[in-house]
Design a protein around this ligand. Structure first.
Ligand code: ADP
Ligand code: MG
Ligand code: MG
Length: 339
């Protein structure tokens, strides 16, 4: 019998459009002889759209308005064998939707509540990974209330890290709200921006020199495997939103031209991180690599990475011999796997 799959896309985060693009690819690739797929677009207000509106949203690449309250619609998710929550960022990749599906008793692709929530928050990720012995840059946390009551305290925390440093909303993706702060004069504006998007903000030291950026895919549940390592190259100062989503701004190299022992370490660290964070199904684990010193630090873990045909995660597994269609099929199988 064909499996009935509910594919969720869009959502409330700054990565709404990216999610709809990924969903178009996945929808086209899930083999029709095995799966009966129903896409449901989620509007920017978090409402679940009916079929005609969903079709339009997938075509237009955006669902600004419309739809029903989630709690009215989740009952209609009953009867599906599995859900593919192809959602990025808050209210989708952060354990919220995963909690709803867990309560509804429906298996789903990807990490559960714990792995999703911890991996979404860059501070929690750093804390958990530090206890697993994974190398990372120095960092400090600041919360919004501190920025409104004790600005000097927050500035002092930044000074401890030294400049340049990165200021980021703790729970976002696609580089939204991230600033590279070159000196104290740029700090306040960066903090204002990050706090306009999140209650929690992470300040991060930079590596000694400009790092190379390596990414690796992890696939599986409690016996995960790692893909070959990929590298991103770009001319901009860092991998910002424009560089990520403007055609031709970044080059992908698979496999990354790095020494074999570095690739081995990347893959081992990625698997350790995946387990430490209780991830499931899939994750893309991103690293900074300093060529001169050989130093490797883990940057972040994405539990629902970009998933178009040309996105890094599927490309990494394609290089390992697993085509896009086989990959999405495998992800649904993993969602249904007894654990
Ligand atoms: P997102 O989850 O939005 O992708 P990241 O933490 O990956 O956020 O940061 C986006 C990009 O910013 C990275 O890919 C890298 O180019 C740059 N960057 C972030 N943090 C640092 C850092 N500590 N040192 C050097 N570059 C950084
Ligand atoms: Mg991210
Ligand atoms: Mg990133």
């Amino acid at each position: 019998m064909k499996k009935r799959i509910l594919l969720l896309a869009g959502g409330q985060s700054g990565e709404h459009e990216v999610s709809l693009m990924s969903a178009r690819s996945v929808l086209a690739a899930l083999p029709r002889d095995q799966f009966d797929v129903t896409p449901v677009a989620i509007s920017k207000q978090g409402r679940w759209l009916p079929p005609t509106d969903t079709r339009q949203a997938l075509e237009n690449g955006v669902a600004a308005t419309g739809g029903d309250l989630v709690l009215h619609r989740v009952a209609s998710a009953e009867g599906y064998d599995a859900v593919f929550p192809l959602l990025h960022g808050p209210m989708g990749e952060d354990g919220t939707v995963q909690g709803l599906l867990t309560l509804a008793g429906i298996p789903f692709v990807g990490s559960g509540v714990l792995g999703s929530a911890v991996s979404m928050d860059k501070v929690m990720t750093k804390q958990v990974l530090a206890s697993a012995g994974i190398p990372q840059v120095a960092w400090r946390l600041a919360v919004r209330r501190e920025w409104s009551t004790d600005q000097d305290g927050v500035r002092a925390r930044a000074a401890e890290l030294g400049f340049p440093l990165f200021v980021k909303p703790a729970n976002l993706g696609s580089s939204v709200g991230i600033s590279k702060v070159h000196g104290p004069e740029e700090l306040d504006a960066a903090l204002d921006l990050a706090f306009s998007l999140d209650r929690r903000v992470i300040l991060e030291a930079m590596t000694a020199s400009r790092p190379r950026e390596l990414e690796v895919g992890v696939l599986g549940n409690d016996a995960p495997i790692a893909s070959p390592v990929g590298e991103l190259r770009f001319a901009s100062e860092f991998y910002d939103y424009e560089t990520k989503y403007t055609e031709g701004r970044a080059e992908v190299h698979i496999p990354a031209p790095i020494p074999e022992d570095v690739a081995r370490r990347v893959r081992e660290l990625a698997l350790t991180a995946f387990r430490a964070l209780d991830c499931a199904g899939l994750a893309r684990v991103d690293f900074f690599y300093l060529e001169e010193s050989g130093e490797l630090v883990l940057n972040e873990v994405n539990t629902m990475p970009g998933f178009t045909q040309t996105s890094m995660y599927p490309k990494l597994f394609e290089a390992a011999g697993l085509g896009y269609s086989e990959l999405v099929t495998r992800l649904v199988e993993l969602a249904l796997e007894e654990r």
